[in-house]
Design a protein around this ligand. Structure first.
Ligand code: ZN
Length: 377
């Protein structure tokens, strides 16, 4: 859920946003630069100077990561892939793609563009650092250039780790995909290798933690855990996307759901429907047509004493745009609507007539089944 992001600006047609986690990271970077890195490598400068160096260094890192992400996005656009925007988050950034690349070659070029950009930046800042040294520039300037050269090198190396979904992981997947011509297999194998790497990184973190490098150790553990969960979900997400590709609500709707007649009382509804079936929502019928819904929430908004005489038809919520979805809606869209509104059971309409219901539970069961059938043991 990347919903905690803030849009910053638009550049070359891409919207650049930052995830809330980035604010924390930015602070950590400034702090560790001003208090740790710069004082230990460039001693005898004033406290204030270190803070300025820290802020400028962090800003340089920010711009460097943006350049890295833009190179991914520009290559993607060059091959006709739709990029929604660029979001900077905890360990750098992500270019948000709407679709998967069509061929392994495109995926490879897109993935390698980022580390290449970082490598170029590392060389550029390295050259400037040497020039500044020769020209005997001010020490803070030399220090910042040194840091930016080093950090870009680290970004390039880290991203080349074959741990999906980093750039290296995507490069690995592109190669596997190219060898066998099967993206599912390639994603699965790349995910497995990534898990192996993630566990290795976490292990290294623990080793450093019990040694004397606790801050460094925590960083490794954090990075490893992030890679671990990302690798785990990337294959599942691909399967979910593929299973729903081209399918609409009609494919998954239940045409004969349990319905509640509008003339019964709330108490009768509780006894005959709610307890035996325990669904969160039931369609309500009048003259054999679905006209609205009754939910646990609606029931709870009426006093217990009133249940004996209030009729379902009196309190039901009529069918409307929020609680229903058209049968022709792509299933991915319906799924998004369900997760965004939190309504997991919806009415399905066909030419204005309610014809059934669709439930999140059914969709999830379908996915679970599909995954069980397709996962290579
Ligand atoms: Zn990248």
């Amino acid at each position: 859920m990347l919903r905690r992001k803030v849009a910053l600006f638009k550049l070359l047609g891409f919207t650049v946003s930052v995830d809330a986690s980035w604010v924390i990271i930015l602070f950590l970077v400034v702090w560790s630069l001003s208090k740790g890195v710069f004082p230990s490598y460039f001693p005898d400068l004033g406290e204030q100077t270190y803070w300025v160096m820290g802020v400028v260094g962090a800003m340089g890192l920010f711009v460097s990561i943006l350049i890295h992400e833009f190179s991914h996005s520009l290559v993607a656009r060059r091959y006709g892939l739709d990029i929604k925007g660029i979001t900077l988050f905890i360990f750098g950034g992500v270019a948000e793609m709407k679709d998967e690349p069509a061929t392994p070659k495109i995926e490879f070029l897109m993935a390698i563009a980022g580390p290449l950009a970082s490598l170029m930046l590392a060389i550029l800042f390295g050259a400037l650092y040497l020039a500044a040294n020769i020209g005997e520039m001010m020490v803070p300037v030399i220090g910042i250039l040194w840091y930016l050269s080093l950090i870009n090198m680290m970004v390039a190396v880290f991203n080349m780790l074959p741990a999906f979904p980093t750039d290296g992981g995507r490069i690995l997947r592109a190669l596997l995909w190219w060898i066998k011509g099967n993206i599912n297999w390639a994603t699965l194998v790349a995910s497995r290798i990534s898990l192996f790497f993630a566990v290795g990184i976490i292990f290294m973190g623990f080793m450093q933690l019990v040694g004397d490098n606790s801050i460094g150790g925590l960083w490794w553990i954090l990075i490893g855990s992030f890679l671990f969960s990302a690798a785990n979900t990337s294959y599942e997400r691909l399967l979910v996307k593929q299973s729903f590709e081209g399918k609409t609500v009609r494919h998954f709707m239940n045409r004969a759901p349990v319905t509640v007649p509008s003339h019964i009382t709330l108490q009768a509804f509780v006894d005959t429907y709610l307890y035996p079936y325990h669904y969160k929502m039931f369609p309500v019928t009048r003259n054999d047509r679905i006209v609205g819904i009754i939910t646990v929430g609606i029931l709870k908004s009426h006093l217990h004493e009133a249940w004996q005489h209030l009729e379902v038809g009196k309190v039901m919520q009529p069918q409307n745009a929020e609680n229903s979805v058209d049968a022709r809606t792509p299933i991915n869209e319906a799924l998004t609507k369900m997760t965004e509104t939190g309504i997991s059971r919806m009415l399905v309409t066909e030419q204005g007539r309610t014809v059934g219901i669709i439930t999140l539970k059914d969709l999830l069961e379908y996915i679970a089944l599909k995954m069980e059938l397709e996962t290579v043991p």
